[in-house]
Write a protein that binds this ligand. Structure first.
Ligand code: ADP
Ligand code: MG
Length: 259
């Protein structure tokens, strides 16, 4: 009887302390402990870790939702052997997300299909897991949102929205050239985030082409100057992963080089 009263009081206390996972798992945790006879300290350790693990999983799931990644990709399912031009050591280092804490940038260059978006999502997820707020957007969606906001007199609010996450991922810069007005809006965002928030930018255009992308050499130089000041570069060369899959399926001719 008194055990029942104690149990009820424990559950109530766990609820008040918002230790929901321990509450849910209480019976299982207690019966495992009864079998293993851990020390008091080990038991405390086990139940606290159970709670911390559950809270961490919840936080990551929420962070991933907020980030709006366009697909589920992780660094673990990136095949570095297929794309040897990718500096795997640098990617592993970046996955620690120190560049996010330091408000530094990562620029990912390469032709279509080589895994730029995959790596950007993977690094974004790693940053969420490290506890940072992340937002993923395509360059087209970003510019669309900024210019709409400008038309509606909401530019300050929109810029604040994109300035807020610790890491902003801008995917596919340069696939479409910017209008002059858009280039200015992009510059404003870069200036806002400079030395305050990290960015990952993926692009199929080498920096010498950025003048064309932004339709203005001086503006492109000003943008690049800020982006590159504290930055890491991933250059990807090689074959499109999508085409490799097709080739494997016999839809395209034989690969020039067996691998
Ligand atoms: P990009 O953004 O450079 O055009 P993506 O990242 O969209 O290319 O890659 C195209 C597809 O191929 C995606 O489904 C991606 O997950 C996959 N992919 C690309 N490179 C690799 C790789 N090295 N290992 C595993 N999957 C890859
Ligand atoms: Mg892409």
């Amino acid at each position: 009887m008194s055990t029942e009263i104690t149990r009820a009081r424990v559950l109530e206390s766990l609820g008040l302390l918002r230790l929901g996972r321990i509450g849910e798992q209480l019976d299982a945790l207690l019966s495992t402990a009864a079998r293993g006879e851990p020390t008091y300290l080990d038991f405390l350790d086990t139940i606290l870790r159970e709670e911390v693990g559950a809270k961490q999983r919840k936080r990551v799931a929420m962070g991933i939702q907020i980030a709006h990644f366009p697909a589920v990709k992780t660094l673990d399912d990136f095949d570095f052997k297929f794309q040897p031009s990718v500096d795997q050591k640098l990617v592993r280092e970046l996955a620690v997300s120190r560049y996010v804490a330091n408000a530094e940038n990562v620029l990912v260059f390469g032709p279509p299909g080589v895994g730029k978006t995959h790596l950007a999502i993977g690094l974004g997820r790693a940053a969420v897991e490290a506890g940072y707020t992340v937002l993923f957007t395509s360059a087209t969606a970003l510019l669309g949102a900024l210019s709409k906001a400008e038309t509606e007199g909401q530019l300050a609010e929109r810029l604040a929205f994109y300035a807020k996450p610790k890491l902003l991922v801008v995917d596919e810069l340069g696939y479409l050239p910017f209008e002059k007005r858009s280039a200015h809006l992009f510059f404003q965002l870069i200036a806002r985030r400079y030395e305050k928030g990290a960015m990952i930018i993926t692009t199929n255009q080498v920096v010498t082409q950025w003048g064309t992308v932004f339709g203005d050499e001086i503006l492109a130089a000003a943008i690049l100057d800020r982006l590159l000041h504290h930055s890491f570069t991933l250059m990807i060369q090689g074959e499109s992963y999508r085409l490799k899959q097709k080739r494997k399926a016999g839809l395209l001719g034989r690969a020039e080089k067996a691998n």
